[in-house]
Ligand binder design. Structure first.
Ligand code: SF4
Length: 183
């Protein structure tokens, strides 16, 4: 974990969802009433939880769930990195590629065939629109852009997410004492 902290009076906070199941965001919501305390200390400026489509020019802390699996994810994470002071890799999919990475031993073509041709009984075809173009491998975020804080867990607990945010918003380097992989 790198030295990372926010010292501005009212910080800005974002959350981003790449190739993940949303479980890490559910864990964020599981902070319950502590979310109210967090947003007293930081403005939530971008997230699947708020209605804003464009990533802001400057964000102090961005929590990123999920692996980088598609060309769309790649564009998104590069933009997020360019406009974020402290990027937090949130959850095992972000840290190791975890579940999305289970496809990595196979080719993209064989995965698409399996999903859209071999396992269907109705008329079928490979999708040419809507589905983002997959990268050859689902990659952990730090393989693509620098990451400041790693928070493993599937998902990380609400207590751990709160602790990380509390530390960063207080200007402290987050403690690594409670970090672990898996549920
Ligand atoms: S780390 Fe676990 S909970 Fe989080 S997105 Fe991946 S599979 Fe879902």
């Amino acid at each position: 974990m790198s030295e990372a902290a926010v010292t501005t009076p009212k910080a800005t906070l974002a959350t981003v969802w790449l190739d993940g199941c949303s479980g890490c965001h559910m864990s964020f919501l599981d902070m319950d009433e502590r979310i109210l305390e967090i947003i007293q200390r930081a403005n939530l400026v971008f997230s699947p939880l708020v209605d804003r489509k464009d990533f802001p020019d400057h964000v102090d802390i961005t929590l990123v769930e999920g692996a980088v699996s598609s060309e769309e994810d790649l564009v998104k994470i590069k933009k997020v990195r360019a406009h974020t002071k402290i990027l937090v890799s949130l959850g095992d999919c972000a840290v190791t590629s975890n579940v999305p990475g289970m496809r990595n031993p196979f080719t993209v073509q064989s995965i698409l065939n399996r999903a859209y041709v071999e396992n269907v009984t109705l008329p079928h075809a490979l999708p040419s629109t809507v589905i983002p173009v997959l990268l050859a491998r689902a990659r952990p975020i730090h393989e693509v852009v620098p990451v400041d804080v790693f928070v493993p867990g599937c998902p990380p607990s609400a207590d751990l997410i709160y602790q990380i945010l509390d530390d960063l918003l207080a200007g402290r380097t987050p403690s690594t004492g409670h970090l672990r992989f898996g549920a």
